[in-house]
Write a protein that binds this ligand. Structure first.
Ligand code: PGA
Length: 251
């Protein structure tokens, strides 16, 4: 039985005051204890977040890490070991916004995945196709290639200490959610693909959905057999909305 994960990706949002308030409001929400809950604030707000969640069930992760594990001469970067040191337990790798805006390649993402695991962080490997790729019938092929960049390089066992987030790019921040059937279809195919390498790893792997998840559509998405929770952007900036999404995953 896979334990659902609901994670809030706060992207480049917030101030110290607003992050504090958001976490206070979130702590006041009734959150289910049958799921894992995490938030991914911007780097400069990690300390503020840790101070707020110290006695709560909410884990804190980073939106990115450096390709290099150890500290070193990499201006502007933060290593996975530094993130672990500050208290992070998770890190997003390969979010589509970084693939696009920072031109991160599958090779770079694989190195970040390695660094994350070497530091003892759980990487959340984000994959997803563009609208053009979907319309060309290439959605699954795109996602498989992104997963294989890690899986073929490192072996399937690394996925037993990781999470996959399927986030179709056309659904991110657009209000256009994949239908539960569209999302389930890709999730099931991802799991089947991984099962060709290891049935047990595939069975245990959490595959969460991201792309305009909100309270109004969460229950239907999370009811799908292969959707094990969500990676939530915009809606996670509202505590009531995010709380409701967490409860939908807990039911
Ligand atoms: P969204 O973002 O929920 O605002 O679509 C999801 C994400 O980018 O992780």
């Amino acid at each position: 039985m896979r334990r659902p994960l609901v994670a809030g990706n706060w992207k480049m949002h917030g101030t110290c005051a607003s992050i504090k308030q958001l976490l206070n409001e979130l702590s006041a929400e009734t959150l289910p204890n049958t799921i894992d809950i995490a938030v991914f604030p911007g780097l400069i707000h990690l300390q503020t977040a840790f101070a707020q969640v110290s006695d709560s069930v909410i884990a804190v992760g980073s939106q990115d890490c450096a390709v290099q594990l150890e500290e070193g001469a990499m201006t502007g970067e933060t290593s996975a070991l530094q993130l672990k040191d500050i208290g992070c337990s998770l890190v997003l790798v390969g979010h589509s916004e970084r693939r696009q805006l920072q031109e991160e390649s599958d090779r770079v993402i694989c190195r970040k995945f390695i660094a994350a695991q070497a530091a003892g962080l759980t990487p959340v490997l984000c994959v997803g196709e563009s609208l053009a790729e979907r319309e060309a019938g290439q959605a699954l092929a795109t996602v498989q290639q992104q997963i294989d960049a890690v899986l073929v390089e490192l072996g399937v066992e690394v996925l037993s200490q990781a999470v996959i987030a399927y986030e179709p790019i056309w659904a991110i921040g657009t209000g256009l959610t994949a239908t539960p059937e569209q999302a389930q279809d890709i999730h099931a195919q991802i799991r089947a693909h991984i099962a060709t390498y290891s049935a047990s790893v595939a069975q245990e792997l959490r595959i969460v959905y991201g792309g305009s998840v909100k309270a109004a559509n969460a229950a239907e998405l999370f009811a799908q057999a292969d959707i094990d929770g969500g990676l939530v952007g915009g809606a996670s900036l509202n505590a009531k909305e995010f709380g409701a999404i967490c409860r939908a995953a807990g039911n």
